[in-house]
Design a protein around this ligand. Structure first.
Ligand code: AMP
Ligand code: GLY
Length: 440
């Protein structure tokens, strides 16, 4: 089987690596891929045939893959899965209507409320004066969310009324996020600790009719979005992930299933969606149970780099089952143990940073630690033998251990074998006090 993977981040490196391990897969074509996929067994990087989603479709037509896996949300929201299916390519990733669950926070909140998904109380505004009046009435803390896709910059957890009013002005009057901020969702502030649950989804109207529509959750995971140890400093695209999360109780998982996953499945079915792909539940574990903060319509980054190494099943077969509607019969098993995957970033990130720093990797030491490097922001250097940095988040080292302590030690041992100028990483991924707690 030939698989085409769309995307260029650490998530897509992990997806491509996992697919390449399958005996069913001869080749993984990464569009465009990165410095990690370039050196990965069975993988080949290809530039998209043109810009935009038509470029991905044209690449698929040229490459004739048996299966396409779409990594990021933007092409999904623009309808790449609809076009790929129409061109005859089985595709892992929801149709545009399903992708709207991430592309519009208002749509997501309406969906949650219509189908009874446990979440924060909220209202949506297109008028700044009405939004301000609502904040005056509700008080702080309160959360202001731009409706559209804003690359992680669209949420302000406001400790004071002034901060909330400023966010409304920024998004709605000054247009700091462009069209994405023209309407805002204003949401009740939830306190607790956060987890991520990624899941495989196979829902179509036909599957629903035959009782075979499914959402199958993966092991729990946790991202660490703040830059500094102790969940301090600015937000980032993710400084490291762990899986599974030991502090989640069996009760909380049952509540997640009953109050979040089940009504989501019912909603996808009732809306007659064609959703064959992955879904990401961003969850706050509150005193009154797990509440859904957001849906993403894809795997998480860097959660994927922690969850995929734990899979004790063939990932390519899972992807096939998602597209073929046989997820209901798929036997999902997990390795007993833990993964810790800290991320190393360029100095200055998430502000301005330099690119083009040569990266030294002591492969033997990384292997000896039992770790795997997943590249995000790095490309092959001019010699074609090494890599230079090309982004803020450069790579993750993902290590498995029978206990979390073993995984943690192995990942940080492997991190010592990575070096580039001005590199920075958190030293506390997965440790007590490291999790985002929504604290202001
Ligand atoms: P979202 O993109 O909706 O997941 O929001 C980004 C981040 O903002 C989340 O990961 C949380 O840390 C925080 N956040 C979002 N909604 C809330 C809420 N209702 N209460 C507290 N924190 C929140
Ligand atoms: N780790 C959060 C995300 O993928 O959006």
């Amino acid at each position: 089987m030939k698989v085409l993977v769309i995307g260029s981040g650490g998530r897509e490196h992990a997806i491509s690596w996992r697919l390449a391990q399958s005996s069913l897969v001869n080749e993984v074509v990464c569009v465009p891929g990165n410095g990690g996929t370039q050196f990965e067994n069975k993988c080949r990087n290809v530039k998209p045939a043109a810009a935009g989603i038509d470029g991905f479709v044209a690449t698929a037509v040229a490459e004739k893959p048996d299966l396409v896996v779409v990594g990021p949300e933007d092409p999904l929201a623009a309808g790449v899965a609809d076009k790929l299916w129409a061109a005859g390519f089985p595709t892992v990733g929801p149709c545009a209507k399903g992708a709207h669950l991430e592309a519009s926070k208002d749509f997501a909140k309406q969906f949650m409320s219509k189908y009874g998904v446990a979440c924060a109380e909220s209202e949506t505004f297109t008028d700044a004066a009405a939004a301000r009046a609502y904040v005056e009435k509700k008080g702080a803390p309160i959360v202001i969310k731009a409706d559209g896709l804003a690359a992680g910059k669209g949420v302000v957890v406001a400790a004071t009324k002034e901060d909330a009013l400023k966010a409304i002005d920024d998004f709605m009057c000054d247009g700091t996020l462009g069209a994405a901020g023209a309407s805002v969702v204003i949401e009740e502030y939830l306190q607790g600790v956060e987890i991520s649950i990624l899941a495989a989804v196979s829902v179509t109207p036909e599957l629903a009719k035959s009782g075979k529509a499914r959402i199958i959750p993966f092991q729990t995971a946790r991202d660490h979005k703040r830059l500094m140890d102790g969940a301090k400093g600015p937000n980032t695209g993710g400084m490291g992930a762990i899986s599974p999360v030991a502090d989640v109780t069996a009760d909380q998982l049952v509540q997640f299933h009953d109050r979040i996953l089940k009504p989501t499945l019912d909603g996808l079915i009732a809306e007659e969606m064609d959703y064959r792909g992955f879904i990401f539940f961003g969850i706050m574990l509150t005193e009154s149970g797990p509440k859904l903060l957001e849906y993403n319509v894809r795997l998480g980054d860097p959660e994927t780099q922690a969850v995929l190494p734990l899979m004790d099943f063939d990932f390519a077969s899972l992807c096939k089952a998602i597209t073929e509607g046989t997820l209901c019969d798929f036997d999902i098993r997990w390795k007993k143990g833990f993964v810790c995957a800290p991320v190393v970033v360029s100095g200055g990130y998430p502000g301005a940073y330099k690119k083009g720093m040569p990266i030294t990797l002591d492969e033997k030491a990384i292997e000896a630690a039992g770790a795997k490097v997943f590249v995000a922001g790095a490309v092959a250097d001019e010699s074609g033998k090494g890599m230079v940095t090309s982004g803020g988040r450069v790579l993750a080292v993902s290590a498995f251990g029978a206990t979390f302590d073993e995984a943690w030690k192995a990942s940080y041992k492997a991190m010592e074998a990575v070096s580039f100028k001005d590199m920075f990483y958190r030293k506390d991924i997965g440790l007590p006090g490291a999790a985002e707690s929504g604290e202001l």
